[in-house]
Design a protein around this ligand. Structure first.
Ligand SMILES: Cc1cc2nc3c(=O)[nH]c(=O)nc-3n(C[C@H](O)[C@H](O)[C@H](O)COP(=O)(O)O)c2cc1C
Length: 127
């Protein structure tokens, strides 16, 4: 796969991105008010979040909520997704995001756990 193209034809992923699509979500969060902190996880696709994440971010009121992003990728890190989340939800508070290569997350459990622990110590307030 190159630049989001699978077998020479544009993938649905690439088409969604080019069209700035907002794919319909299959489910909704029923008890939205009971969440203060939202860990938002996604793979990096075409240097961005999957477009369904934008659907999600634009579907709820994030006032008073804290978003903590985390992603898997193949080298782009978080790309510009933290800024994109902030732009979609200016009313939300945000904490530093986490990124890890998908390959590492799948095959190096210890390294992954250590990296996650280090990140969580920075983003979670312990009282
Ligand atoms: C269509 C598509 C586009 C992708 N674009 C990027 C990209 O721009 N940057 C990047 O680091 N990884 C990219 N990836 C890799 C994914 O982020 C990676 O596959 C995902 O995080 C999960 O990792 P894994 O496949 O090793 O489990 C892309 C994957 C797909 C399927």
């Amino acid at each position: 796969m190159k630049n989001g193209t699978v077998s020479g034809s544009p993938s649905i992923i690439q088409t969604n991105k080019e069209e700035n699509a907002r794919p319909e979500l299959k489910s909704s969060v029923k008890n939205w008010d009971s969440y203060d902190v939202i860990f938002l996880g996604y793979p990096i696709w075409c240097a961005d979040m999957p477009m369904a994440l934008y659907t999600f971010l634009e579907s709820y009121d994030f006032s008073g909520k804290t978003i903590i992003p985390f992603c898997t990728n193949e080298g782009s890190g978080l790309a510009d997704t933290e800024a994109a989340i902030k732009k979609s939800c200016p009313e939300a508070k945000m904490k530093r995001g986490f990124e890890i290569e998908g390959n590492v997350a799948q095959h190096s459990r210890k390294k992954t756990e250590q990296k996650i622990e280090k990140w969580l110590k920075k983003v979670i307030d312990r009282k």
